[in-house]
Design a protein around this ligand. Sequence first.
Ligand code: IPM
Ligand code: MN
Length: 326
Amino acid sequence: MAHSIGVIGGDGIGPEVIAEALKVIDAAGVALDTVDYDLGGARYLRDGVVLPDEVIEEWRGHEALLLGAVGTPEVPPGVIERGLLLKMRFELDLYINQRPFTHPDGDHDFIVIRENTEGTYAGEGGFLRKGTPHEIATQGSVNTRFGVERCVRYAYDLAASRERQHLTLVHKTNVLTFAGDLWERAFTEVGTEFPAVETAYNHVDAACIYFVESPQRYDVIVTDNLFGDILTDLGGAVSGGIGFASSGNLNPDRTGPSMFEPVHGSAPDIAGQNKANPIAAILSAAMMLDFLGETEAAARVREACAACTGLTGSTTELGDAVAAKL
Ligand code: IPM
Ligand code: MN
């Protein structure tokens, strides 16, 4: 039976790369029943709509969501990020952001598990005396034992399923002594359930050095929302480029659809030029196939992408090349 999927092409290069991802899924022989949602910066500029609650309700009827990229320079910062992307993550309880980094030449292969619904992204804070010389702006970080523990447990589970069975906690426990303490205790205590998993801890600044100098040390990394955001851009940069970085915003309890998207943004500077690398979107679609239980097709899509390593061409040429391998 065809899988019911909501598709949000979005802005900039989003629709271009999603078209290639859908082309490749089709070539892999997986039938999708897709519904398109016109959302993003362009839609907001047209009629002021960001993400209506009815749309979220409709999404609950889909098995998964596939998103290209959202955001346009004309829209003030935060409107689409908070109103669409973060609202999606919060409302659908997509508490895991899973971002794999496999270097095309086999140099390293690790996965970052980023907590996706708390931390500084929760939006705690505000202004006092805004616009005056005595202005105060606070931006809190929310860390619940429940939220941290479920994220850490997911990361242990994943590490236990991999050959190396190694998990690194990344934080900044020497300065963020409250949040860091909670994370460290949750990490240690949940770890007792996984005696076979070897563990390590890195401060986030040191992790930046290791990402560049010795990424081979990593197998699975678990970290908070903001550290995970920053580290995964770096992960992309050291793993062939951000054009190859895929992600899944997961609700592992499956109380709603999970959402899959490339890590890159809408790249308005190259939009509409058939220039964007579609591999990140294609690999995100492969993650979606895995999540849908189409593991054999997912593996074939990844192999087809790997077989196209080094190839250059337009967005559609690369999509065609991957599809041809299938
Ligand atoms: C990402 C993006 C988002 C984030 C932005 C666009 C809200 O950078 O998915 O990494 O910070 O999570
Ligand atoms: Mn980011």
